[in-house]
Design a protein around this ligand. Sequence first.
Ligand SMILES: Cc1cc2nc3c(=O)[nH]c(=O)nc-3n(C[C@H](O)[C@H](O)[C@H](O)COP(=O)(O)OP(=O)(O)OC[C@H]3O[C@@H](n4cnc5c(N)ncnc54)[C@H](O)[C@@H]3O)c2cc1C
Length: 398
Amino acid sequence: MNFDFDPADEIFRQEVRSFIRDALPADIRERNLRNYHANRADTRAWTAIVHRRGWSAPNWPVDKGGTGWSAMQQFIFDEENFAAGAPLLETGGLKMIGPVIYTFGTPEQHERFNLPFLRGEISWGQGFSEPGAGSDLAGLTTRAERQGDDYVINGHKIWTTNAHYANWLYLLVRTDPTQKQRGISLILVPADAPGVTIRPIIDIGEGHSLNEMFFDDVRVPVGNLVGEENKGWTYAKFLLDRERAFSAEVPRNKRNFALLKQIARHTRRAGRPLIEDAAFAARLAQLESDLDALTWMTLRALARQGDATWELPVGSILKVRGTELQQKIGEMHIEALGDRGAYVYPEPDFATGEHHWPPGPDYAPGLLADALYRRAVTIYGGSNEIQRTIIAKQYLGL
Ligand SMILES: Cc1cc2nc3c(=O)[nH]c(=O)nc-3n(C[C@H](O)[C@H](O)[C@H](O)COP(=O)(O)OP(=O)(O)OC[C@H]3O[C@@H](n4cnc5c(N)ncnc54)[C@H](O)[C@@H]3O)c2cc1C
């Protein structure tokens, strides 16, 4: 059996690698290689650069403004970006709401939202979860009432990632209170519309990526509805399955695993490199075989995209295995770092003009905050308990 990539894919990999080497701004690369979370300014800047090369929608078809790349090329592109310290292109627009708009929305909505998004001009926030509706998302109560040519929205959303950077929000709202799934719609709302309030939630790593959002008589035109009224649940399922498949994050896991080996080679314990400790090395080997299994599962899933005869709930399976691996690798980073992993180093304030990176090896400062953040990956996009229930019902027939 030959596990090598095709020669044409290898040529493509070299093309992507040399583009990133020439085009990625040094400050963005440096922040990422120190393992700080990419901020939205970096993501937008990188999106604009990649757009000029014609590559800002690796997973979209050519007639929608995408590259039309094969699944393998998309995978290689993500791998090379991660390995080089480039930020992820904005997942919310690229892999979630963008495809929903060009599949279920109007051509005008594609022109109005998707094309500016590809130029790095739109950042999205996903307003699905509510204080009383997370796992039971269909129980959401944020209301959108039709009044003439507008919808008037009232309600409360929570856990919205990066809402404070977003200029547009996509919300699931209740348009028919007499129904559950069949009474939900998907609507696009400007983040600065009168009546929208966005408040920060600070996370365990002292970072601000999460928010809650309040909607008080927010008026949006009916033209902002995506698809049909009360069909939002169908669109949400389409979108969430993409979110789950993405959660396997093989390129991130690969990069973080390579980093773990690097730390273990550089760290000395009991007079020798940690990587030579038999117990630690055995755990590394287990992680490596889990990572290989996840990689091949992901590549199989990519190769069979759109194949209706393949009934595996792939999104849920990849989500469970990929997120658990992220957490295990993150925990071992911290263990291997020793004292350096005991403190959350805030990112230096570049705005002051006078900044110093924290002491210690380059790769260390952002790792504890990242490992703490990774506690959430088994929760967001639908918790792993819920994914296990989906696998049990859909595949095992339990
Ligand atoms: C970092 C982070 C970012 C997020 N970003 C966004 C975002 O951008 N937009 C957005 O809309 N939402 C976002 N979320 C919200 C996320 O989707 C929800 O937290 C998630 O769906 C779980 O819902 P909940 O928090 O209400 O927990 P609950 O549904 O209250 O669940 C609590 C616990 O009970 C378990 N549980 C619940 N029901 C069952 C069941 N039937 N069977 C077995 N176990 C069950 C769950 O697995 C979980 O462990 C984010 C969350 C986090 C942590």
